[in-house]
Write a protein that binds this ligand. Structure first.
Ligand code: ATP
Ligand code: MG
Length: 304
């Protein structure tokens, strides 16, 4: 019987020789690898290399290798980076490169920062005023959320649902790589209910709380009719646009369930039952109660 092959080599055998890693971590070798990237992707790495102390070269080299590998995977179509039917970022090499470069730039610019939650930061595209990116930054929190492609799928499933103007942001694309997890979507000129309450601000003049009440209840009922349960209806996930239109965002905890009874159940990795998710209907009523009280001038805590 043939003995099982226990040693596997990478195609370039880079893991095979202990000495080779040390060479790979040198400035010169990192430079060379950066030059293999297309021009828009180089500056960020070159700046990092310029600022790196010698003991930071090895981790920088490893991250660069990972990035190069991930990019190759993205371009070789082995990964499922984009949802079907979404064309704004095509799987063309120049498009993918350009998008990664834009996301890299936007994530570092303070003026493009939009907001953050427990798992993600949201920032605007440097060029297109209608586009923003939700980028996962807290991978521990992400572990208890939907995979980014699943979250995006809920947005896609709800694209055609609008109740008295209330809807979700339009989805452009999703990038799902080991270290880059991004939803590209419509940027809303809006503020969350919690942001308004925390800064003790006023709701936009054209916001009609009666209309919002009807729209919100009907929207959630329509979503449940499609077997989608949001499961995270707090005041940070309802945005109110400057023109008064409410939007529902963040399907990171949502689920698809045939029965309403099982929709809120939660289990740990061993299948043991855990504290269930809060019910959408309870949360929406509580959010409406606090919004109305706040608008009447009563102090309220934001619903987290
Ligand atoms: N499409 C958008 N347009 C404008 N602002 C947005 C958009 N999406 C998100 N935001 C802002 O970014 C914040 C964070 O986004 P999101 O709620 O999706 O992140 P999260 O980390 O999943 O949040 P949570 O803490 O609820 O889990 C939102 O509260 C909102 O202020
Ligand atoms: Mg949120």
């Amino acid at each position: 019987m043939q003995s099982p092959c226990r040693i596997r080599y990478n195609a370039d055998m880079s893991e095979t020789f202990g000495g080779k890693n040390a060479i790979e971590d040198s400035e010169e070798s990192i430079q060379e690898r950066i030059q293999t990237l297309p021009p828009p992707l180089r500056p960020r790495w070159l700046t990092e290399l310029e600022n790196a102390e010698s003991n930071q070269l090895a981790p920088l080299s490893r991250r660069l290798n990972l990035f190069i590998r991930e990019r190759k995977r993205l371009l070789s179509h082995n990964a499922p980076p984009l949802l079907q039917g979404i064309h704004s970022i095509e799987r063309r090499e120049d498009k993918v490169n350009e998008t990664l470069a834009r996301i890299g730039e936007a994530s570092e610019r303070k003026d493009l920062f939009v907001g953050k939650g427990k798992a993600a930061r949201v920032f605007r595209d440097p060029q297109d005023p209608n586009v923003c990116y939700k980028s996962i930054v807290n991978f521990e929190e992400y572990g208890i959320c939907n995979a980014i492609g699943v979250e995006a799928q809920f947005l896609e499933d709800l694209q055609d649902l609008s109740v008295h103007g209330m809807r979700t942001p339009r989805l452009n694309a999703v990038i799902d790589l080991p270290t880059v997890k991004v939803i590209s979507m419509e940027y809303l000129k809006a503020e969350s209910i919690n942001e308004i309450i925390i800064r003790n601000g006023a709701f936009p003049a054209r916001f009609d709380v009666g209309r919002f009440e009807t729209a919100f209840r009907q929207y959630v009922a329509a979503m449940h009719n499609r077997n989608i349960y949001h499961r995270d209806l707090h005041g940070g996930n309802i945005l109110i646009a400057d023109d008064g239109t409410p939007y529902i965002i963040d399907f990171g905890k949502s689920t698809f369930s045939i029965t309403p009874e099982s929709a809120y159940e939660a289990h740990d990795t061993f299948g043991r039952p855990m504290k269930p998710y809060p019910k959408d209907d309870d949360r929406l009523e509580e959010l409406l109660r606090r919004t109305k009280l706040y608008m009447l001038g009563h102090p309220v805590e934001p619903l987290q």
